[in-house]
Ligand binder design. Structure first.
Ligand code: PLP
Length: 230
């Protein structure tokens, strides 16, 4: 078994255990393998081990991997990184999800640029639940209006909320921002918007995220190893 296959097995076991501990079915949590900075061969090793959903942060790198794997129609590519308005077209054309929509202008461009032959782009609104410590994501009090804007755009399909809280080690403290996001999703749902996705949890906090209702966990390091940015 490849190292990546073994890592995937271990991550799937963590997810299943966390789900059962929360009284949830392991199937209710989708594992998104975050392959940013990693070579195509690592993606292919994960595919060989049954992993089909991948997340990328950088537009050019992501599009290259999408194109290089396009023959395999089972793969599902999610854009999860910060998105500038001059890069929206490539994302609208090549990905099936975007988790990082944090302003109306980006949503409008993605909708306009989504090719007519493709299904609507699945969208999560990214919310800044850690206050000033983080720069990306809309404010919690802006999330409902942005969700409404996404729901009204024909090229987009509103799916849910995403957050990247400040990293902390204490598993009890890890849950607080996730809980805030879950409660915000409940409020937005109560206002009539259909949210079925909470995109929360990474290598160091996926258990806390699953305890608070994560439906997608985005995991890089535990699958592919440490990233080298040099
Ligand atoms: C890099 C990244 C991840 C994966 O982080 P790990 O700690 O390596 O699991 C998840 N989500 C986003 C938005 C990321 O940028």
């Amino acid at each position: 078994m490849s190292a990546i296959a073994a890592n995937l097995q271990a991550v799937r076991a963590r997810i299943a255990q966390a789900a059962r501990a929360a009284g949830r079915s392991p199937d209710s949590v989708t594992l998104l393998a975050v392959s940013k900075t990693k070579p195509l061969d690592d993606v292919l090793a994960a595919v060989a081990a049954g992993q089909l959903a991948f997340g990328e942060n950088y537009v050019q790198e992501g599009v290259e991997k999408v194109l290089a794997t396009a023959v395999d129609r089972r793969l599902d590519w999610h854009f999860i990184g910060p998105l500038q308005s001059n890069k929206t077209r490539a994302v609208a054309e090549h990905f099936s999800w975007v988790h990082s929509v944090d302003r109306r202008k980006i949503a409008e461009r993605l909708s306009e640029q989504r090719p007519a032959g493709l299904p609507p782009l699945n969208v999560c609104v990214q919310v800044n639940v850690s206050g000033e410590a983080s720069k990306s994501g809309c404010r919690p009090d802006e999330a409902q209006a942005l969700c409404q804007a996404v729901a009204d755009l024909p090229g987009l399909r509103l799916r849910g909320l995403m957050a990247i809280p400040e990293p902390v080690d204490d598993p009890v403290l890890q849950r607080l921002p996730f809980r805030r996001l879950r409660e915000l999703a409940d409020q937005i749902r109560a206002a009539g918007l259909p949210l079925d996705t909470l995109s929360i949890g990474m290598t160091h906090d996926l258990e806390a995220a699953i305890a608070e209702g994560a439906t997608i966990v985005r995991v890089g390091t535990a699958i592919f190893g440490e990233r080298d940015y040099t």
